[in-house]
Structures are given as C-alpha cells and as structure tokens.
Design a protein around this ligand. Structure first.
Ligand code: GLU
Length: 469
C-alpha cells in the first residue's frame, strides 16, 4: 500500500504557522514512507475562493521547502461538489441518513437550552428530501468508535454520545465534514495528519468512512499551537502568518527547523539541526500531544543563530529583498542609486553577527547610503549632553589630521580625545555615533567610519556641531 497523505488548507488570506507545521509533518512522513503528498485546497466556502489566496498557499509552501511540482495537486475541493452530493445521496438511500426539518429553535424548545446537540426528533419520521430540509447522519445507538491515532493512541468515543450530525444543509450543499471525507476517500488518503482542533470531528468522520464502506485512514492529530498565555494562536491576537515572518526576515531554514520542534525534538539534546537530520529522525509517534508553545523570542534567537551560520556571500544575498524592497517588503529609505554594493559588502560581516532578523539590516546600514543620516531625536538628546560640542570639535580636528583613515587609527584618535576630557571610549563615542549614524546603537563605530569615508564622516560631524551651537 502506498502511503498517501494530504495537506488540506482552507484559504484564509494568510498561511498560519500551525498549518505550516502540519504541512511539514505530512511532507516528511510521506518522504519517509516513500509515499505521496497531496495538496488539496478546501475552498468550498465561496467567500474564501480567491485565486490570490491559493497562490499565497502555494508560495508559502514553496518558501518553507515544499516546492511546486514536487507534490500531487493542488486539487480544489469545490470541483468535487458532485461527488460530495452523490455520497450524501448514497447515505440517504442506504438508510444511513435522514431528512430533518427542525429549526434550532424547535430543538431547543424540546430539549431546553442546556442540552447540546440534536435530539433525533426526525429520525423515524421518514421525511422526503425538500427545500430547507437538512440531511442528518444516523449515528449508531450503541458501540464505540475507536480512532487509531499515531499521536494520541486510541481515543475512544461512545457512539450514543455522538449526535445525528448534519451532512448536507437545507439547500442540499454538503458540509465540510462530509466533503473532507469524500475527498480523502477518492484521493486514496491513507494517513490524515492534521491539527488537534479536528479531533472532535474525527469520530463523526470515521463513522462516515464506515458507512460509505471504506476502511478509514490512520489519524495523527498534532498538538495545538499556543502563545505564552497558553491560548491557541489566533490571527486577531498573535502573529500567526508565515508570510509575516518571511517578510520580517526569518530564514526559511530557521523557520522550518523551529516549526518541527513544536511538540517534537531531534535526538541528543539538539535543537538546531540540518533539515536532513529532521527528515531522518522525525517520528509522528514521538510527537508530544500536549499544546506546543510557539515562542517567538526563541524563534528570534534561533534565526539569529541561523543568520550567523550563513557564509557571508549568502548573507549578502539573503539581505537583498530588504535592501531593494519587494511586492511585500517596504523599500528602504534610500534611493536605489544611492546604494553602494561595495560599502554594503564591507559592513555585511559586522551586521551579520548583530541582527536576529534580516529586516534589521536596514536601520544598521542606512547611514551609509543616505545623504544625511536619519537622526533619532531621542538618541540625539541622550548623546548630545554637556561637553558634546567640545568633544566633537576636538574629534573633528583630530580626524582631519589623520593620515590613514582606518578603523584602528580612528579608534586610537577618539580614545585620546576622550582621555583628554576624562571620558572613557564608550562615552566619547556616543556623540560621534549619533552625529554620523543618527542612532545610539549600531555596527562597530570605527569600522563604520572607515567605510563611510573621511569626507562624509567629517561633513556629518560638522553638521552636528552646527546644530549644537
Ligand atoms: N480544511 C481544514 C482546515 O484548514 C483541514 C481539514 C483537515 O485537515 O482534515 O482546517
């Protein structure tokens, strides 16, 4: 039997990090089993049927390493509406489903507002199909439904506690539960690896598999992803869009490594491991069923490690989208013609050890490419205290006299200027840094001045001095 798994996102306009995690787990499982990964877009909700949203899913998958063309699909759930209806009809004709004309109010009037679920009122009324009549699945009165789940063992559900759930609405359209099962069936899916949120649907879905006469798949419900307050990650509250992380400058390799740690860990107390190790070692049955904490701080630190591990040339290349801007990344504050690749290459190794996400490259290097630095006024106020004017005057004179404009000479010079005033180097640097870069923090100062060059450095120091008059 060939293993066939599927990733079945509903288009929502963004790609949830939890979805990315499930996609990767499916992907790895298929690869390990010599199986097939199927992509199915669950687009039956017409309001969610936008082509650009599907495109967003494909490109997010691509970014995370599930390349277009290397899987089966995408299939679109909406194109199988006929099959969904036919299955509903089969269940009806086989006596496994019945029509029901109860409104929610009718049910509540009979059962009281406390009771949840349907009371089975229409079970034996023999209603014909008709406008406004929903089709309900007749769940067995007895027995249990045992779900075989690679992550959770064998969760067992008593059938009598499962209500007669709706499989097609009053207008005849099949609901998600049924469409999802019918598609999995016709696509030959052997293992359903998906988020824990769907576990409550699973006994119902398994009953549908049984009723339709096909052996159900093996399930794996991977843990829900939560924030630091243990709340399920929500797009209204949390940063959940994979695209947002991508555009902020998380590396795909860091991201997918981190995502795989949600509920699982590679051997040997390691967290940062090559993808090939994850592909080899990952086991669904080792996934911890408890909620998995998506720790953004940890991810950031992780990403910093990944950035530092890049060969410099790759780092330079990886920064490019932030240096130019793209469709989804804002352009930098300088004009394209102001950008100087040689100057960037000179400071790139310094920046590489200091940034945690690639977008941070821009505020670190903008002083090199802008005619005038962008002055952060709070930084200015902090650095340009008493004595700053005097220090700048002395620094200007000393720098003008420098024979060799290199980081070492610049440092020795400013150190001496500071010492004459009883200032440690750190204190002496502050006004110079703000005058030249506009900020109190940034790349190592003297290397920055070396790359910026004598004329531009002195021009900025003089301009700052004028402002202090
Ligand atoms: N379309 C469903 C969702 O996005 C997935 C259902 C499933 O994986 O079975 O939540």
């Amino acid at each position: 039997m060939t293993v066939r798994v599927r990733f079945a996102p509903s288009p929502t306009g963004m790609f949830h990090v939890g979805g990315a995690r499930s996609a990767l787990q499916n992907w790895i499982f298929a690869k390990q089993q010599g199986g097939v990964f199927v992509l199915r877009i669950e687009d039956t909700d017409a309001a969610r049927n936008r082509p650009e949203w599907t495109e967003g899913i494909l490109s997010a998958l691509d970014w995370i390493g599930i390349a277009r063309g290397s899987y089966e699909g995408p299939y679109f759930q909406s194109s199988y509406a006929g099959e969904h209806r036919a299955a509903a009809q089969r269940l009806y004709e086989g006596g496994r489903a019945y029509y029901c004309d109860c409104t929610r109010e009718d049910v509540q009037a009979r059962t009281g507002p406390q009771q949840r679920g349907y009371d089975g009122f229409c079970r034996d009324r023999g209603l014909e199909p008709g406008d406004g009549r929903a089709l309900r699945f007749r769940t067995p009165d007895e027995g249990e439904t045992v779900v075989v789940d690679l992550v959770r063992g064998e969760p067992t559900f008593e059938n009598k506690l499962i209500e007669d759930f709706v499989i097609a609405r009053g207008d005849g359209s099949p609901v998600f539960l049924l469409a999802n099962v019918v598609d999995d069936m016709s696509m030959g899916i052997t293992h359903v690896i998906r988020a824990e949120e769907h576990l409550p649907n699973t006994p119902k879905q398994q009953l549908l598999w049984d009723a339709l006469g096909v052996k159900p798949p093996i399930w794996a419900h991977v843990p829900v992803v939560v924030n630091e307050k243990r709340q399920k990650l929500s797009k209204r509250r949390d940063k959940v869009a994979l695209e947002a992380y991508r555009d902020e400058g998380y590396l795909a390799d860091a991201m997918r490594n981190y995502l795989m740690l949600l509920g699982w860990a590679p051997s040997g107390d390691r967290e940062i491991v090559p993808w090939s190790v994850i592909e080899e070692e990952f086991r669904l049955d080792e996934v911890n069923p408890s909620p998995a904490f998506f720790d953004e701080k940890k991810l950031r630190a992780f990403n910093g490690d990944y950035i530092r591990a890049l060969p410099v040339a790759d780092f330079v290349e990886a920064c490019r989208p932030w240096l130019t801007g793209t469709e989804t990344i804002a352009p930098p504050p300088w004009q394209p013609e102001e950008f100087d690749p040689a100057a960037f290459a000179a400071v790139a190794p310094l920046a590489q050890t200091r940034i945690a996400v690639l977008s941070e490259i821009v505020p670190n290097v903008d002083f090199l490419f802008l005619a005038d630095p962008l002055i952060d006024e709070a930084a200015w106020a902090k650095a340009m205290k008493e004595g700053a004017a005097d220090l700048l005057d002395a620094a200007i004179v000393a720098f003008e006299a420098l024979e060799s404009w290199d980081a070492e000479s610049l440092k020795a010079t400013l150190e001496a200027v500071g010492a004459e005033r009883g200032l440690k180097l750190g204190k002496a640097q502050a006004p110079v840094r703000v005058a030249v870069t506009g900020r109190t923090v940034g790349l190592p100062l003297f290397e920055s001045l070396e790359v910026l060059g004598r004329d531009r450095t002195l021009t900025r120091l003089r301009a700052a001095r004028v402002r202090l008059v």
